[in-house]
Design a protein around this ligand. Sequence first.
Ligand SMILES: *Cc1c(COP(=O)(O)O)cnc(C)c1O
Length: 398
Amino acid sequence: MSAEQPDLRARFEAAFMPNYGVPPLALARGEGARVWDLDGRAYLDLIGGIAVNSLGHAHPALVRAVSEQVATLAHTSNLYLHEPEVRLAERLLGLLGTPGRVFLCNSGAEANECALKIAIKYGKTHGRTYFVAAENGFHGRTIGALSLTGKASIREQFGPFPVDVRFVPYGDADALKSAVTAECAAVFLEPTQGEAGVVPAPEGYLTAAREICDATGALLVADEIQSAIGRTGHWFAHQADGFTPDLLTLAKGLGGGMPIGAVAGFGAAGTVFDKGDHGSTFGGNAVSCAAAHAVLDTIEADGLLAHVRRAGAHLAEGIAAIDHPLLTGVRGRGLWLAALLAEPKAAAVQAAAQRAGFLVNAVQPDAIRLAPPLVIGTDQIDSFLTAFPAILTEAANA
Ligand SMILES: *Cc1c(COP(=O)(O)O)cnc(C)c1O
């Protein structure tokens, strides 16, 4: 490592609030599924900015769309409308296949804030006073989104929260049924829990959640901020899971690296807000909308949904076939997987992988998250599968 990396890390530490700690690596540029650090060393990017860089780095379609839009009209505020935002909302509804309405914002937490405000308003007009969410679920760091987040270590010190949220064990349909009454305004669930370590819902859980919400009149909110836009090999994870939520939130992969979030409300849930109820100055920003169009165009033109299903199965099967004492299995679907460890050595695996030229994410002490760009090649996946046993051995001995 040259002097540049330690120097930049020291400056980061001095200039930034300590909330992130100091990241282990400074990246300089990327191309496809590869990135280079400040010293010119190459890595295969198997985390893609946390499931954000759907087209990888510097994809020509994204570069062109963003460059042309910023040179034409970058921002209008919501005092004026523009064509890219209207077409994006129409396009998302078309991919969703259910009549509804869209709100555009800038991040995942902001999408969940919007969904929560819709649910609060719906609750107030129907005598519904509380919300249900899942233990270990993650919905974001702002106060509304954090109040729905079922992870004590990140929420407790910031409470009490302005909304009454009751937590149930994820995947337990009976517990959900007991928790959701006619006073419940909405249930917030991830179709697969991302930050918890890519934990898929058990078979039948999400359709049971739909039935429970239908029976009681609670809104079902699917947080697809991490799972949407091809990540699982489907446009939206809930389409493969066989249920339709009332509200859907998305963000991460939609802009391919440009900040954009969205909420879709289906049926009556799309028109709970009245004029003046909500807003976002940057929401629907024309450059981010252009980026989202480039992502959607490329997924369509390059057949990336089928590629994600094939490449994801290849990666999962390759991991499952590795016989190593530190590795106990793999879960998830599409290009959204967690390799499971016999011991809480994920941080050591992440560090060993980095030394070997692979960026992976220690999402839990015993789980390694892989969420590579959707464009990753099979040969690139194979290079990781070949290197992974030695990485595990190095971590086991660390
Ligand atoms: C990342 C994430 C969020 C928060 O998104 P931000 O853009 O970081 O605010 C919310 N929910 C889920 C499921 C996520 O993965």
